[in-house]
Design a protein around this ligand. Structure first.
Ligand code: TYC
Length: 103
């Protein structure tokens, strides 16, 4: 058998890696005007939290100025934050949510 008949097998196979979508945090910001009960209600309605979880997240923002509500794709984070802000706006409260990429 001559050299030209030897099948060469590549030692390494590089598969194209699909990029993982970057994740975003939805942050709840404290303010001096929105009632605690209303903040909890928004967390339950928009982010499907239980009363207990809603209260805990609300109290975290109340004490520390901010709290992470959820980590998800950018699209969902922005949609949920807007939904929550609009609910508060309609009720006349300045409650604020922001989104930011996770490191
Ligand atoms: N600080 C508000 C109050 O004392 C309650 C509150 C909590 C508002 C959390 C916003 O993200 C917030 N009425």
């Amino acid at each position: 058998m001559t050299d030209s008949n030897v099948a060469l097998k590549p030692k390494t196979v590089t598969k194209p890696k699909p990029e993982k979508p970057r994740l975003y945090k939805v942050l709840l910001l404290n303010d001096d005007y929105t009632p605690r009960e209303f903040v909890t209600l928004v967390l339950k309605a928009v982010f499907r939290m239980s009363e207990e979880t809603g209260r805990r997240v609300m109290m975290t923002a109340h004490k520390f100025g901010t709290a992470v509500v959820v980590v998800c794709t950018r699209d969902i984070a922005e949609t949920k934050a807007k939904e929550a802000i609009d609910l508060a706006k309609d009720a006349g409260f300045p409650l604020m949510f922001t989104t930011e990429p996770e490191e």
